[in-house]
Design a protein around this ligand. Sequence first.
Ligand SMILES: [Zn+2]
Length: 309
Amino acid sequence: MRLGIDIGGTKTAAVVLDREGAVLASATAPSGRGNNDVVAQAAHQARRVVAEVGGPSAISSAGVCIPGLVDTVGGTVRHAVNLDVDDLDLGRLLGDALGIGVVVENDVKAAALGAHRLRKRGLDDTLAYLNLGTGLAAAVVHAGSVVRGVDGVAGEIGHIPVGGDVLCACGQTGCLETLASGTALLRIWPEAPDHGWDLFGRAAGGDGAAVLAAESLCHGVALAIQVLVLGCGAQDVVVSGGLTAMGDPLLEAIRAELRVRGEASPFLASLGLPDRVSFIATDVPVAAIGAAHLVRPAATTPEVTTWRS
Ligand SMILES: [Zn+2]
């Protein structure tokens, strides 16, 4: 059985999967703050689910994911800002607490792996995962593994500048994230919390700011999907994150935006983008499931061939 732990900005989730990948046990609690509490809460939730399936001897592997810059070889994380973690030796400390080796990965990348396994895609498939939360993040699974690139930066499409004059948190102007994210939605429609985030209901009722926010969101998400499909050839684009709690109205609006784009371009229409996009329900612990599927990366450096002319 595999153990997976997702240390999120607000909550920590743990799951145990059986050999077929089915969830046998799960637990969730508010995340700790600061290095010690983050590790202690993750260990506590892990012990809860492990106890449910017969104890530590039943667990064959363990993985954990967390926001921030993750060194998958060293098992460390830096700049997990929302957790008050600046620099944490997460793999070693959690491994010592649980008595098993723990593989560490970034949360969005682990969620992409979880989505790939939940969709039961094979090694030949390429799947892109788009997280619509406070920000806009993405990751790609190819040949069964997450594409990381140097410093794990592959898939950070939220910071591709696409136009406009809005300053992004990253320091650039006009990033995709300034069009499609919870932050963008609140900037354009500050009353969102007062109306229970009923974006499409309020837009249909004639709320001008909600109309503009919905247009920006759908335009940005459609652009993100197009970038992911053209950039990596993904057959599937699986969307999750807090904003997908809007459910079918958001999914249908995104598909409608993709259809409109296809009407103007036979090339885009041929890609069938509306059929490639789907949501994963927000109550599915997709990142913890992905963490359970992590495998330890190779620490070796490939041989370099030099050429003398
Ligand atoms: Zn940016």
